[in-house]
Design a binder for this molecule. Structure first.
Ligand code: GLU
Ligand code: ZN
Length: 306
């Protein structure tokens, strides 16, 4: 099978250690299997984006030695594809308009699970609406290359989910599925914070007749208190002028154990080593692992940390 992988950052801020893990794991896995590696900027939510973040992300990737194939794809330029898919789902009655606010849903159901209200009560044409995709009854089985196999009952646990927001913005779930399919992505390697988003994506792939990529969800780096490192939890930006310590720490986090001689290597040499020695079996099979910027930044000893 032809391997096409990808890294798909959202330009809500600079890359941090958590994003480096996803970039590195997807890159090394693709290159170790002679695959292509694409970069896609998921700039679908302008209010959450930071001006200049896309350019900064790309220049940081370059400084870290990553080389992507083809042109970078920007989701903000792909509205027509998303519109077409939504029209198709609406026509096939696999999606429908919904005017409910979160508060209304909560008042009716006591939860955030959507109860299908607007499937029966078509909202008036003039009303601003979100679009929801229906979930089929039954269990979706998610086999992952790193995490254990998961079973999801979307209809019971989640209910029909939003693919276009009421303000017109396309939902991540829709865009990621359309672009993974249209770009021919065969392997998705990303953070396990997205594991529970995957069944909605599988549901859409089934409706649209798309092939399902193979999934591998790597553990996410968490603070000591268990919070995911992210822009919201003030994860420090990667230092484009000093990529080696972060790359070594990322390899260590992913269980790849680079030898001590590599402390003096360049970023490109480290990436080459990662590809040659890549072993997905060594990635810890857990959803999250504590990590702090002070720990392991320069130290590449195996546990216990020195
Ligand atoms: N854009 C998403 C993020 O930054 C990742 C999407 C994906 O890999 O499926 O969290
Ligand atoms: Zn509704």
């Amino acid at each position: 099978m032809r391997y096409i992988g990808r890294f798909a950052p959202s330009p809500t801020g600079p890359l941090h250690f958590g994003s480096l893990l996803a970039a590195l794991a997807s890159y090394a896995d693709a290159r170790a299997r002679q695959g292509q590696w694409l970069v896609r900027i998921e700039d679908l939510d302008p209010p959450r984006e930071q001006p200049g973040a896309s350019a900064l992300i790309l220049s940081t990737l370059e400084a870290f030695g990553f080389e992507w194939d083809g042109e970078v794809l920007y989701q903000s330029q792909r509205s027509e594809f998303y519109h077409d898919v939504i029209d198709q789902l609406l026509q096939q009655q696999l999606a429908y308009r919904c005017s409910c606010s979160r508060k209304q849903i909560f008042t009716r159901t006591g939860s955030i699970r959507y109860d299908g209200h607007c499937l029966a009560q078509h909202p008036p044409r003039a009303e601003a609406c979100a679009i929801r995709a229906r979930c089929e009854a039954g269990v979706i089985r998610l086999q992952d290359a790193i995490q254990s196999t998961h079973h999801y009952d979307l209809a019971r646990a989640h209910g029909d989910f939003v693919i276009q927001r009421r303000d017109g913005l396309f939902a991540y779930q829709l865009a990621v599925v359309v672009d993974d399919a249209l770009q021919g992505i065969s392997h998705v390697v990303r953070g396990s914070d997205l594991l529970d988003e995957t069944p909605c994506q599988i549901q859409l792939q089934r409706y649209l007749g798309y092939a399902q990529p193979a999934y591998a969800h790597i553990p996410v780096a968490t603070s000591a208190s268990g919070q995911k490192l992210s822009k919201q939890t003030h994860a420090p930006a990667l230092d484009a002028l000093n990529p080696v310590p972060a790359l070594l720490a990322a390899l260590e986090f992913l269980g790849q154990h680079p030898p001590a001689e590599l402390r003096d290597a360049s970023a490109s040499e480290l990436l080459r080593w990662s590809i040659e020695h890549w072993n997905m079996e060594h990635i810890p099979k857990t959803r999250g692992l504590p990590w702090s910027a002070g720990q392991g930044g320069l130290c590449i000893c195996t546990a216990p940390p020195c």
